[in-house]
Design a protein around this ligand. Structure first.
Ligand code: PBE
Length: 278
């Protein structure tokens, strides 16, 4: 605050998509004379707390996460309805949601194609049946966040009526879940739907036949104070948010996670090639 310096702090969680979205935001705001500080590598709850405390001012988050994890609300399946609901609820808490995109990064349970075929598992209901019949057979890899969130493992188990034994569940840093299943250390793992490793490792997403997982569309979530001070942030980011969708995001994630390109290059090249920056 104070002076004519336009300064904001952008925050991000601890996975590639978040790094890319935050980096794009940084680049586009810097193009428009902002000075940007970056704080990244946080779990969802830590990022939210940083936003609430003002340590972080501008973030990208997900409608479903806002409703369920941050506000203890019921999930809402329809994109626009979820967006309006979180705008209203968070609006009362000094937070403003803008720039909803078509990136739907929902949670998923994944298996290797071949295992699914051999075990006759294609839906989460099939998985539940298997776990109930033979609890020793199925092993599961998850990050800590999914393992503990209401819209994560506890909720899936409750909805579908099964429970992995505690010795069947391996908790690990996000990212290693894909390696664990690819290396056949487990036969089921949690994933993020926009993660390119699902395709790269020939995994498939178990059909969520009871529709437990809602939509998680990416949008900007920022401090209302900052939104009022700098209404141009929403305008600067609007063309990009309108362009981004699940497929585009998976492609960008692929460049970082599979092709080992760095986040800055991937973000900058995309923005240049699509005319968002000079
Ligand atoms: N998600 C799936 C999680 C991680 C990816 C969007 C629901 C979240 O960050 O809230």
């Amino acid at each position: 605050g104070g002076g004519d310096e336009k300064e904001v702090t952008v925050g991000a969680k601890n996975f590639t998509e978040q790094f890319i979205l935050a980096k794009m935001t940084e680049i586009m705001l810097e193009e428009n004379d902002f000075t940007v500080d970056m704080v990244d590598n946080m779990g969802s709850t830590a990022l939210r707390q940083a936003l609430e405390s003002g340590e972080v001012e501008v973030t990208w988050d997900y409608t479903g996460t806002g409703l369920i994890t941050y506000n203890g609300e019921e999930p809402i399946a329809v994109k626009e309805e979820a967006y309006e609901a979180i705008q209203e609820i968070d609006g009362e808490q000094g937070l403003t949601w803008t720039n909803i995109s078509d990136i739907d990064n929902t949670y998923t349970l994944m298996m290797r194609q071949q295992d699914g075929e051999e075990m006759g598992i294609s839906t989460i209901s099939d998985l539940a049946e298997h776990v109930n019949e033979n609890p020793e057979e199925m092993t599961f890899a998850t990050d800590a966040e999914f393992g503990n969130r209401d819209d994560g493992l506890p909720g899936v188990e409750e909805t579908y009526g099964f429970e992995f034994g505690s010795s069947q569940v391996s908790e690990m840093s996000y990212g290693l879940n894909y390696e664990a299943i690819n290396n056949e250390e487990v036969n089921v793992a949690m994933g993020h739907a926009t993660d390119s490793r699902i395709e790269e490792y020939d995994l498939f997403n178990l059909e969520d036949d009871q529709q437990f997982f809602p939509s998680y569309h990416a949008a900007m979530s920022m401090s209302t104070e900052v939104h009022e001070e700098y209404p141009e942030i929403e305008e600067i980011m609007a063309p990009l948010a309108e362009e981004l969708d699940t497929e585009t995001m998976m492609g960008l994630n692929y460049q970082v996670d599979i092709e080992d390109e760095n986040v800055d290059d991937v973000a900058r090249t995309y923005l240049e090639e699509n005319g968002f920056i000079e």
